[in-house]
Design a protein around this ligand. Structure first.
Ligand SMILES: [Zn+2]
Length: 225
């Protein structure tokens, strides 16, 4: 059950919420729920920024051009799909939704492009680098962390012991990213890792067993180092 109300008081660690017009069955459910866990979502009053809205619509435009749907269709389809997967499904408008919903939606839209191999020119590297979920998508789809080029190579930020065959080493916990040829050379041989990270504002991602399995990076008999 989901309810919306107003916070009327807050003392130390107890919050009182006033919910108007509760029906008998709602009262009954709440009475029985006393003592059990519940989650609160706060509206912090910050709304979608001009920049977020611009990026969301620029991507709608690029997706519609690529797929041949109208922009309105793309917006409707993606919005409905996004709402369906929300923890707390609620209809919203891009004119006044919260900054958090806008952030989540943009992330969802970028993931949609990556997963469906829809190229985009909108500058979104900031959003991508700030999001673990999106950097994960870049690695899994072998997209360059710097320029967004496809068919990039997985590149370890940590060095695996010289002369060791990487496939024989369990790579769980190692930091890596995917880089195209041009940025691989710049990162490894021209700038050095720290300068490279600062210059392009990129962050590597920790490899998990699931990623290694999916990327087929290891021998079945890989050893733990
Ligand atoms: Zn690149």
């Amino acid at each position: 059950m989901q309810e919306t109300g107003f916070i009327t008081s807050f003392n130390d660690d107890e919050i009182t919420i006033r919910i108007k017009d509760l029906s008998d069955s709602q009262r009954y459910m709440i009475t029985n729920a006393v003592g059990s866990q519940s989650t609160m979502y706060f509206d912090d009053g910050r709304h979608i920024t001009v920049d977020q809205r611009k990026k969301i619509f620029a991507l709608f435009n690029e997706i519609s051009e690529y797929l041949g749907y109208t922009q309105v269709n793309v917006e409707e389809i993606l919005k409905i799909r996004f709402i369906e997967q929300m923890d707390n499904p609620v209809w919203f408008s891009f004119s006044n939704c919260s900054i958090e919903i806008a952030k989540q939606f943009l992330e969802y839209e970028i993931t949609f492009c990556i997963q469906n191999e829809i190229p985009f020119k909108t500058k979104l590297m900031d959003e991508i680098q700030q999001s673990y979920a999106l950097r994960y998508q870049l690695v899994m789809h072998r997209i360059c962390f710097v320029c967004g080029k496809t068919h990039a190579q997985l590149d370890h930020v940590d060095t695996i012991g010289m002369g060791r065959n990487r496939r024989h080493v369990n790579q769980v916990g190692y930091y890596a990213w995917t880089l195209c040829d041009k940025h691989h050379i710049s990162g490894k041989h021209t700038d050095g890792i720290t300068t490279f990270m600062q210059k392009y504002q990129v962050k590597p991602i920790k490899l998990t067993q699931e990623m290694i399995d999916k990327l087929n990076l290891a021998d079945k008999g890989a050893i733990n180092q």
